[in-house]
Design a binder for this molecule. Sequence first.
Ligand code: NAG
Ligand code: NAG
Ligand code: NAG
Ligand code: NAG
Ligand code: NAG
Ligand code: NAG
Length: 583
Amino acid sequence: MNHLFAYQIYPMCSRAREEREARKLGTAMAHSKINISLVFSLIATFSFLAAADVASSGGGEWVLLHRSVGISAMHMQILHNNKVVIFDRTDFGVSNISLPAGKPCRRNDAVLKRDCSAHSLLYDPASNTYRPLTVHTNVWCSSGAVHPDGTLVQTGGYSTGEKKIRLFSPAVASVPSSGDDRSDWKELPEDLLVRRWYASNHILPDGRVVVVGGRRQFNYEFFPKTPSSSALYDLQFLNETNDPREENNLYPFLHLLPDGNLFVFANRRSISLDYINNRIVREFPVISGDKRNYPSTGSSVLLPLKGRFPAAEVLVCGGAPNLSFTKAHRMKIYVEASNTCGRLRVTDSDPQWVMEKMPMGRVMGDMILLPSGDVLIINGASNGTAGWENAVRPVLNPVLYRPTESDPTKRFAVMNASTIPRLYHSTAILLPDGRILVGGSNPHVKYNFTAPYPTDLSLEAFFPRYMAPQYSDLRPWILYVGARGRIVSYGQRFSVAFKVANYRSDQETTVSMIAPPFATHSFSMNQRMIYLDFMGGVRKVPAGYKVKVIAPATRNVAPPGYYMMFVVHGGIPGECVWIKVNH
Ligand SMILES: *[C@@H]1O[C@H](CO)[C@@H](O)[C@H](O)[C@H]1NC(C)=O
Ligand SMILES: *[C@@H]1O[C@H](CO)[C@@H](O)[C@H](O)[C@H]1NC(C)=O
Ligand SMILES: *[C@@H]1O[C@H](CO)[C@@H](O)[C@H](O)[C@H]1NC(C)=O
Ligand SMILES: *[C@@H]1O[C@H](CO)[C@@H](O)[C@H](O)[C@H]1NC(C)=O
Ligand SMILES: *[C@@H]1O[C@H](CO)[C@@H](O)[C@H](O)[C@H]1NC(C)=O
Ligand SMILES: *[C@@H]1O[C@H](CO)[C@@H](O)[C@H](O)[C@H]1NC(C)=O
């Protein structure tokens, strides 16, 4: 199979390469296809180079994609057509982008009698273009998960939207970017049982979504309802972890464990929850040090799963000491953020938190699983907490955490800094080509473009070091997936063929799947990464290399749905292809 054919089968983001080339040449003139915002971004990147932080050794590059997309990226979700749904909220003023043509203005706003601006959009990373979408009710501080059929199920919000369930179904055109994609939000007639503001969601092995907590909600429920699961389930753990006045338990961290139970982390405590029988299976030790959940917002990931019966390790990083919110909110005293991470091997018989020290403290950091198996910690601040104007001293340098590095002193690396503060209501997600899409930041009650740390409407891309041109000879290119329609079932064996210029060894080759998370408030719901086992070694074939892999064994390891599948060689990932694990 030749390269051109492969490109037609998997037309992924070629934009990243174009941008890199442009920067290499140092002139935008040679690239008439590159739009104006990119030209500005090139200038911004170059002027920043002079002032680059010499203390950073982890590399990485920043590119400004748009100075303004018109809304502030408070919530982001990538879908399997490679488009990103972005939204902020409907009750904080007029955004800088109009509703789609023909859509009526909204009238149910607390701030404005009439709002004809859009508060959601669909961003296409490949073309770096976007179009407005229509949300009907308030989606502020809501939550979401992608259904196994690829539809985003978004739940809750505030006021008019607090019980709403909304769907966004990605259009899948046979010819990508054909321009006739008219998909938009749809609100369901049925409601959640209770209001959900600052709740967390997780996709379940049976394809349902569990919606957990939210402000003053010490319970959970499911979507869709079934005759046996139409109720509201009490979870006093969320009451017990609710600090007086401060809370520090909102947007609980949820991770689906390989035994099918749900890991729930709130404040400093965590449990394994049998959500079917509404029973706490076990409680884990209390993490040491600071508070970890909103508004003392840290973040958390489930480290990559490996093997047929994988061990499960949870990593929690950042947060803020007790009473930080009260001090920031009432006295404008911004306490230094937590500089610790805790790592818990949940599947051990006697799990204990192992604490590690980050190179710098961070509150409101996003944690992202990279295809390389490392964890990126990005965005946030050095002092204060989440909430209105509660944080100062943005942390502009992302940090890389290498979970498999045996020397603990070498696990962290500081990466090159951005120039744009990303404080409260900012987000970051992994794109199919390996870049990180970064946006948002609005620590103000309304859109405010004059305050310190103004409302930010920009989108940036962070290129981790693995995208640097010097690694191009190691970068794999997926040619072919030996599964009909790129749909696989549990335990299925299928082949993956790829090209790489400089093949090193089987040991340096991995194939993995990453679930597309719903990112908001520094937590990426449903984020998980699964390494696929190999059957035998990597074989040389005429077009490149081929390896037979085994799909995840159970739906507890990988709930059904779409995943980004990456081949990584010598630590360098290529662009993903989407595969679907069948329901
Ligand atoms: C990023 O950091 C590396 C050092 O780690 C430096 O050599 C490089 O020039 C930086 N690149 C940019 C774009 O800032
Ligand atoms: C958004 O629009 C307002 C005017 O309505 C303008 O003052 C502001 O600069 C714009 N912000 C951005 C980031 O484009
Ligand atoms: C939370 O816990 C307190 C103390 O046990 C109890 O009085 C209260 O009823 C609980 N609230 C809810 C909503 O369950
Ligand atoms: C947080 O501080 C308050 C007020 O000093 C105190 O009552 C409470 O016990 C502290 N909580 C923790 C977990 O340290
Ligand atoms: C941040 O926290 C440190 C340590 O508590 C403190 O010395 C510093 O003044 C704080 N910075 C700001 C801007 O509040
Ligand atoms: C923006 O914030 C500044 C500083 O806090 C404040 O003085 C101003 O009134 C705010 N503007 C709007 C439109 O809310």
